[in-house]
Ligand binder design. Structure first.
Ligand code: AMP
Ligand code: ZN
Ligand code: FE
Ligand code: FE
Length: 276
């Protein structure tokens, strides 16, 4: 079985790279893409473990990008896994911008009277500490009743605690992935809060070259719709469960939610052929 979308605890998954590889073996996944948010750390740690376990690993990443005002998740795949140095520098830049924002966010929240430290937040979020972790802390310390309230009253863009973070645009993100020889795939299109079919020409003009037609959030009709779009626009197709371990308990590696995922076995070979 193949699964090209999974997360380790180097981003917001709960499985360590070693546990993820063990889970792949247990589930019968022999080809696994690790696509942590904003980092290759989980993938890098998994490389020797996967080789030992006989799992074919695919180097990937997931980026949260901005297209106009929409948040669009973008997957980058690097099956060749070379020439990544410049891309990694760019990713490190993004991480630095996030950390710098977090320092200002702590200062702002302390100004508003909350006892909160960067260390507390980073203990939860590690390399991709973000507003959801700050929200958790506000709830745990009894400052707000719910995550919802933490965002509504303090962390949302329109709220008093918000501090700006530079987010990569969809355009620059695709560009960086493609320049590094990678495949840029539109992640879980069903979650894009915009008319995806209407956006397609623009996404393609930006250099998008694949779409994640197979995903745990897609029912059969969604998958059909996205396969059609891929065919219409000459895009490649990717697919994966978006496994996060205990963070999303309903999602199984390889098979998705209650077995709703059926990713064709030749997917990776087609991707490889597509970038040659
Ligand atoms: P960050 O990357 O640290 O700026 O945090 C962004 C994340 O916070 C998003 O991916 C969402 O998961 C979450 N988020 C942003 N705005 C809201 C909101 N109004 N309500 C709930 N979650 C939000
Ligand atoms: Zn995630
Ligand atoms: Fe995502
Ligand atoms: Fe994901």
């Amino acid at each position: 079985m193949i699964d090209l979308h999974s997360h380790t605890n180097e981003s917001d998954g709960t499985f360590s790279p070693a546990e993820l590889i063990r889970e792949a073996v247990r589930c019968g996944v022999d080809t696994l893409g690790i696509t942590d948010h904003d980092t290759f750390k989980g993938y890098t740690q998994a490389v020797p473990l996967a080789a030992e376990a006989g799992v074919q690993l695919v180097c990937g990443i997931e980026l949260s990008t901005k297209l106009h005002s929409h948040s669009v998740h973008l997957l980058g795949y690097f099956p060749g896994n070379d020439g990544l140095a410049d891309f990694e520098m760019w990713v490190l830049d993004l991480q630095a911008a996030r950390r710098e924002r977090n320092i200002r966010l702590v200062a702002r929240l302390r100004e508003l009277g909350f006892e909160i430290t960067l260390e507390e937040a980073e203990a939860r979020g590690r390399g991709m500490t973000g507003r959801p972790h700050f929200a958790q802390i506000l709830v745990e310390k009894g400052y707000v009743a719910s995550l919802r309230q933490a965002f509504d009253d303090y962390l949302d863009e329109s709220a008093q605690g918000y501090v700006y973070r530079r987010e990569p645009t969809f355009t620059e993100s695709v560009e960086h992935i493609r320049k590094a020889g990678g495949i840029a795939s539109l992640a879980h299109p069903v979650r894009v809060k915009a008319d995806v079919p209407a956006l397609m020409p623009e996404l393609c003009d930006n250099g998008l070259n694949a779409i994640e037609a197979y995903h745990s959030d897609h029912d059969a009709a969604h998958t059909e719709q996205y396969l059609d779009l891929a065919a219409r626009y000459g895009l490649m197709v990717t697919g994966g469960s978006d496994f996060h371990g205990a963070a999303k308990p309903g999602v199984m590696l390889g098979t998705g939610c209650g077995g709703n995922l059926r990713i064709p076995a030749d997917l990776l070979a087609k991707l490889r052929a597509g970038i040659e």
